[in-house]
Design a protein around this ligand. Structure first.
Ligand code: NAI
Length: 462
């Protein structure tokens, strides 16, 4: 039996980052992970492989649509799908290998297998029971199921199966116009699949800035994605190699049916804490099946903490990472803190979509006096030079103090640019602070400065 200061259950972005911080703070640390490789859903079957496929298919899209215009003539590349998947697998391998290296470098033990917690202070993996003064549950999430839809990961797939399809489907139906649906829908649309997205709500990416939702949907439609909005999927019927997706429009009418070779179910994820024995331990859960924690990630059982997708809040790798670092600080007797008001959200389509803070609509609904500065990428020279003049940057500020309350960007490299706003918000900056900061020309980031100028006396290039 081995003894640790901390055992972390799950080596996704929350768990492995937490382990590194614990080790840096001098705590004897182990992670338990049952997958063959470290990195969790994000590295193995989520964020990273999908970004590899988004990159490869974006290149294809550029070759097909923009090369000739730029004087790049010649045969458009054809798709070698097995090779593209192997490139993706290679990228995943480099990253999971990197995490394994970091575990060794920081002298963190990797206990291989699936953990349970027989009692506070004890973690069982197989027949071995390990002792730990502190346990951090970072067991993540799994795709949530939809009544009437049986996932076989062949014809009816989750994001995991969608990354491993044996061939590119002719017709794909995506259930859910959220982040996964739009990213993976974009991948297959670029690969030539006829993609139809069926969404229950009336807008894509529910909860996002309304302006962005409208622009985003229009751009994706131009890229060939079809949308059926306000439609509740009732069920999916499969034959040996095909599927029929049945849905009902919310406004009424008969049940409708669409045929598909592959159906991607992307209707959200749910916390995963199975097999840990939390019931027997008496760990308090929320009504939504998340582990309930206090503001410092403590569960109601002393010595047991929880972070990431398995607790409340957005299911985002970087939110889990921040919690992972902060909980390590708390365990080490320091002050761990996460500013939940400044967690960016990014959709890695082309163009990218990135948001942070409050939306214009929620602030208006709350009756807050706000000012909105908006700048279209059509006025950004750099964006036009790379065929990405669509979209805009938008900053929302308090009308009286000019303090930045939120932002939404749809445009090139939006996912990187949003951090300028995040830093501004962390520092309690005003739009004027951003506007007075010199921005290199020609960069996409000038659009952020122009949006900040638009909160004051006006942008220059509009
Ligand atoms: P999501 O919550 O983003 O979107 C699910 C969509 O499905 C919603 O628009 C919902 O209205 C719709 N829906 C639900 N039931 C339906 C039905 N019966 N018929 C039609 N539409 C229905 O969930 P998603 O895309 O599955 O992602 C899961 C989690 O993973 C999210 O929390 C997301 O933030 C995270 N994620 C984040 C990524 C990123 O940061 N780039 C990438 C991939 C996932």
């Amino acid at each position: 039996m081995s003894q640790y200061d901390v055992i972390i259950i799950g080596a996704g972005p929350g768990g492995y980052v937490s382990a590194i911080r614990c080790a840096q703070l001098g705590l004897k640390t182990a992670v338990v992970e049952g997958r063959e490789t470290l990195g969790g859903t994000c590295l193995n079957v989520g964020c990273i492989p999908s970004k590899a496929l988004l990159h490869a298919t974006h290149m294809l899209h550029e070759a097909e649509h923009n090369f000739a215009d730029m004087g790049l003539k010649g045969k458009t590349p054809s798709v070698d799908w097995p090779q593209m998947k192997s490139y993706k697998t290679d990228v995943v391998g480099q990253n999971t290998g990197g995490v394994e290296f970091l575990m060794k470098k920081n002298k963190i033990d990797w206990i291989k297998g699936w953990a349970s917690i027989p009692a506070a202070g004890k973690v069982q993996v197989g027949d071995d029971v390990h002792e730990a003064k502190n346990i951090v549950i970072a067991s993540g999430s799994v795709p949530s199921s939809l009544p009437g839809v049986e996932v076989d990961e062949k014809i009816v797939v989750t994001s995991t199966g969608a990354l491993e399809l044996p061939k590119i489907p002719k017709k794909m139906v995506v259930i859910g116009a959220g982040v996964i649906g739009l990213e993976l829908g974009s991948v297959y649309a670029r690969l030539g699949s006829e993609v139809t997205v069926v969404e229950y709500m009336d807008a894509v990416c529910p909860g996002m800035d309304k302006d962005v939702q409208r622009t985003f949907k229009r751009i994706l439609e131009k890229q060939g994605l079809k949308f059926v909005m306000g439609a509740a999927v009732q069920g999916v019927e499969t034959t040996k190699s095909k599927a029929k997706v049945k849905y009902q429009l919310k406004k009424g009418g008969d049940e409708e049916v669409i045929d598909a070779d592959v159906v991607l179910v992307a209707t959200g994820r749910k916390p995963y804490a199975e097999g840990l024995g939390l019931d027997a331990l008496g760990v308090k859960m929320t009504e939504r099946g998340q582990i309930a924690t206090d503001a410092q990630w403590r569960t109601n059982v002393p010595g047991i903490y929880a972070i990431g997708d398995v607790i409340e809040g957005p299911m985002l790798a970087h939110k889990a990472e921040d919690e992972g670092m902060a909980v390590a600080e708390v365990i080490a007797g320091k002050h761990g803190h996460v500013n939940y008001g400044v967690i960016p959200g990014v959709v890695y389509t082309t163009p990218e979509v990135a948001t942070v803070g409050a939306t214009e609509d929620t602030l208006k609904a709350e009756g807050r006096k706000i000012k909105v500065g908006k700048f279209n990428f059509m006025g950004n020279a750099r964006a036009k030079a790379v065929h990405q003049g669509e979209g805009f940057a938008k900053i929302i500020v308090d009308a009286e103090t000019d303090r930045v309350l939120g932002a939404a960007i749809i445009g090139p490299a939006a996912g990187d640019m949003i951090h300028e706003i995040c830093v501004a918000m962390e520092f309690g900056a005003s739009a004027e602070d951003i506007a007075l900061t010199c921005h290199a020309h020609p960069t996409y980031s000038e659009a952020v400065r122009e949006a900040a100028l638009a909160c004051g006396d006006g942008p220059i290039h509009a």
